[in-house]
Design a protein. Structure first.
Length: 530
């Protein structure tokens, strides 16, 4: 066991307070430093945080961005999602193999570059795309691959890759990304002009119960897909017994075809953090955690800067805006590549330094969540809505949209359409009107809510996007007339076979069987019972 490895691991563990619950931060730091979390490293981590080696290994083996075996200094993760395949990723994949002289799942002979596939990285509107270490590269082509590989071989530092900068905060020196927001249509809520601090000031002039009542009156429901009433969730959390309470923001939008939270994190993070602070005040929390998916690590420096600015303005910290005894702060917890961590109890497990395994309910997070304390878990978009409600009032918010689904919804539109991107549209919009908006009137089918949602054909285009009809966390994927829907279904089933947690029989066995039957049909051997 090398002395250098021991001293480095010891320093990493000490920087995390030798805290077992900070396991994610520890193993991510070790992975970044050494390109792996090997056996010796796991032994040392277990020693310094006082846990069993198997606990460390269970975490390392669970997350896609962690590895027990050596990886290159540069890891190229090419997105092979359905939309990327529609955009020509297969040719891009062949180009990477040719330029690097390796296949997917392999590392170059000098040990410097690893090539892998990865599921959706939140760039469907700019496909094909890849994640190279923490750098996002969009609109890939075979010619672009040649340039990228040649550039990497010069310095083996993806942050030095040459590319044009994106729009908005993507061009900020802390982000320096080629990603484009792709914000096609702004609505009156999330992407309208808003007064920073106004919502928080209004909230602090009210009692926590009054804040919760305002959110309930606005009829705000979760924007992540489940649609649970936010005010009710906050009320349950506030009323639960516990010395401490927490509010967690779920920024792990891993559902294929979803990327609207990416744009909020880029351009409206201040609003989101304000919503978290309001939520913290409402439920009686002193701490909040933003769980940020590993694919969005390129935004972390910007988000940390915004948090610092809020602390400097006393919008976070002690006695916020002069409100005696209202002490609240927010930290960022990085994910490590696990689709299941978008589920709230799996997300909580990950924040606790564990495998991202879902937990049996009850008890619900509002009763027993993070570290066993009452916890409210809210989506990025939901928290932005909360900030606007406290700024403008419940009546204003409830007037927008449809009767059962007030306000607007951010939609991530990709696939066979002329204008892919993010649209903020009022709830109640008909699918046919959405398709006209995005330039896809002749679509064969539309997937609403990602592969976990439902696919509809032309006979259903008069249906509406709302909680009472077509509910969605935001994903809308359009399929043109020439697409084979059985083949697409098989591709999505392969995703679920790989990414499902496997806890229940329909997930563990059902997905495998569905994939088997779809492959059988595609091979021309299907039978009526299939």
């Amino acid at each position: 066991m090398s002395g250098n490895l021991q001293s480095e691991i010891k320093a990493i563990c000490q920087s995390c307070g030798n805290d077992r619950t900070k396991m994610m931060d520890i193993v991510l730091a070790v992975q970044e430093k050494f390109g792996q979390v090997g056996g010796e490293a796991m032994d040392l981590i277990a020693k310094f945080v006082n846990c069993n080696r198997v606990e460390v290994e269970s975490v390392v083996s669970f997350y896609a961005f962690l590895s027990k075996n050596p990886k290159g200094k540069v890891v190229i993760r090419l997105c092979n999602d359905v939309v990327d395949k529609m955009a020509g990723v297969d040719a891009v994949a062949e180009a990477f193999k040719k330029e690097l002289g390796i296949d997917f799942g392999q590392t170059t002979s000098d040990g410097k570059i690893t090539l892998e596939y990865t599921p959706c990285i939140g760039m469907c509107d700019q496909a094909p795309a890849a994640l190279i270490n923490d750098e996002i590269i969009t609109y890939l082509s075979t010619d672009k691959v040649k340039e990228i590989v040649a550039d990497i071989k010069k310095h083996y530092d993806p942050s030095k890759l040459k590319h044009r900068l994106g729009d908005g905060n993507n061009a900020d020196e802390l982000v320096h990304s080629c990603v484009h927001n792709g914000l096609r249509k702004k609505g009156p809520v999330i992407f309208a002009d808003y007064k920073t601090e106004a919502g928080l000031k209004n909230a602090l002039a009210m009692s926590p119960a009054e804040v919760i009542n305002e959110v309930k009156t606005a009829r705000l429901r979760g924007r992540g897909g489940a649609g649970f009433p936010t005010g009710m969730k906050w009320q349950f959390t506030r009323g639960a017994a516990g010395e401490k309470k927490f509010i967690l923001c779920n920024a792990d939008e891993g559902e294929p075809g979803t990327f609207k939270d990416r744009v909020i994190l880029t351009e409206r993070a201040d609003m989101m953090f304000e919503g978290m602070t309001i939520g913290g005040y409402a439920i009686g929390a002193q701490a909040g955690i933003l769980y940020l998916r590993a694919e969005y690590a390129y935004l972390r420096k910007l988000l940390e800067k915004i948090l610092k600015d809020r602390r400097d303005k006393n919008l976070l910290g002690k006695d916020i805006l002069g409100k005696k005894d209202f002490n609240f702060d927010i930290t960022i917890q990085m994910g490590a590549g696990a689709y299941i961590c978008g589920e709230e109890t799996a997300l909580i497990s990950s924040c606790e330094g564990l495998r991202g395994d879902p937990k049996t309910r009850p008890p619900f997070p509002a009763q027993k969540g993070y570290l066993g304390y009452p916890t409210a878990v809210n989506n990025v978009e939901t928290l932005c809505c909360a900030a606007r409600i406290l700024e403008m009032g419940a009546a204003w918010f409830a007037e927008i949209g449809s009767k059962g689904s007030p306000s607007t919804k951010l939609l991530s539109v990709s696939g066979d359409c002329k204008q892919p991107g993010v649209y903020e549209l009022p709830f109640g919009i008909k699918v046919k009107d959405l398709l006209k908006e995005v330039g896809a009137e002749d679509a064969q089918a539309v997937l609403i809510g990602g592969p976990s949602g439902q696919i509809i054909g032309q006979n259903d285009y008069n249906r509406t996007i709302c909680y009472d009809d077509l509910a969605t966390g935001g994903a809308v994927v359009v399929f043109g007339q020439e697409k084979d829907l059985v083949e697409i279904a098989a591709e999505y089933m392969e995703f679920f076979v790989e990414e499902g947690c496997g806890y229940c029989t329909p997930c563990r066995v059902g997905n495998v069987l569905l994939k088997k039957y779809l492959d059988k049909i595609l091979a021309g051997k299907g039978e009526p019972q299939d």
